[in-house]
Ligand binder design. Sequence first.
Ligand SMILES: *Cc1c(COP(=O)(O)O)cnc(C)c1O
Length: 394
Amino acid sequence: MKLNQNYANLQESYLFLTIAKKVAAYTEAHPDNHIIRMGIGDVTQPLVPAVIEAMHKATDEMAHKETFHGYSPDQGYDFLREAIQGYYAKRGVALKLSEIFVGDGAKSDVGNIVDIFADDNTVLIPDPVYPVYVDTNVMSGRKVIYLDANEQNGFLGMPDENVKADIIYLCSPNNPTGAVYNRAQLKAWVDYALKNNAVILFDAAYESFITHDDLPHSIFEIEGAKKCAIEFCSFSKTAGFTGVRCGYTVICDELVSDGTKVNTLWARRQATKFNGVNYITQRAAEAVFTDEGQQQVKDVINYYRANAKVMVDAFKEMGVWFTGGENSPYIWHKVPDGMTSWEFFDYLLNEAEVVGTPGSGFGKNGEGFFRLTAFGTLEKTQEAMERLKKLLKK
Ligand SMILES: *Cc1c(COP(=O)(O)O)cnc(C)c1O
């Protein structure tokens, strides 16, 4: 037996482990601490009533022979795919049901999609980045090149005609930077992909945090994108499903490589290696799209948005450079001159008892930056910003 040697090329991720260790050490030395955690990338508000009601109802259905459900259809139940189709239609994006794949979350689909692409593709990945994109390509031994996102381009890397990539990962609104591509910028990426016969893997996990009407929620709002993009979305951040597990992937029939529809390959891959999302969860996800469900999840997102607004106002007042916060639950800010991301982590923990995430943990371009999240409570977010102002206000 031989192991997949590519796993030896994975970079060890000590980011969240190191944070946990540092916080534990501080807590032990200061038992009466008042630490505020702003490093979490998980939601904290409970599922909304419409979702809970649908789950209860579906659970009861499972108890009776007449309404029991076994295996789900491969791509998900029609009732959920129709609800997703309706959600896209509201933005003027027409999808066929066969173009929508219900899955157990965006992480699985973003990670597994590499199965259907040849190993000798060149993959372009932004730096800093959500680590799943890099690691899944390293596991299959693909060549990865990086797209620099930095202060100069507002952490929104743009295509370079001199760089030849076959597979491009984009995440907008972005984790970790909170930056969002506008229509013209996404159009430039679509044009590049069409010209270079490349595919864009578009992660839209945070689309529902977009507030500005002119920013695209879906890459399919851009002309030509159906021919060159795959979109991944999730109920995790939009409806608090991080522990429930449900997401969806969209691959349109227009996306073709050498005469083969990419949709067909993914359908085959899923039918072979995945046996569907459970009925109760799909009913819960369907409830997110009802008028009642939409209003309720909007209220929850508005709660996180209010936290983000408190953070945006504080950083503006402090005069510290940042991205995000306006269409995203993340604020990505510059650390004080002369400090590394980790030095700032220690400084913030020791002087303000606030915990965040060092930007350097997301890639080399993250050095000198820091991520704070809006997934806490309003009271704690306000308190944390008061402490930061005392520390950083010029
Ligand atoms: C949270 C997150 C997801 C969602 O993952 P799930 O598996 O659906 O919970 C996807 N992409 C990014 C960048 C994320 O931060």
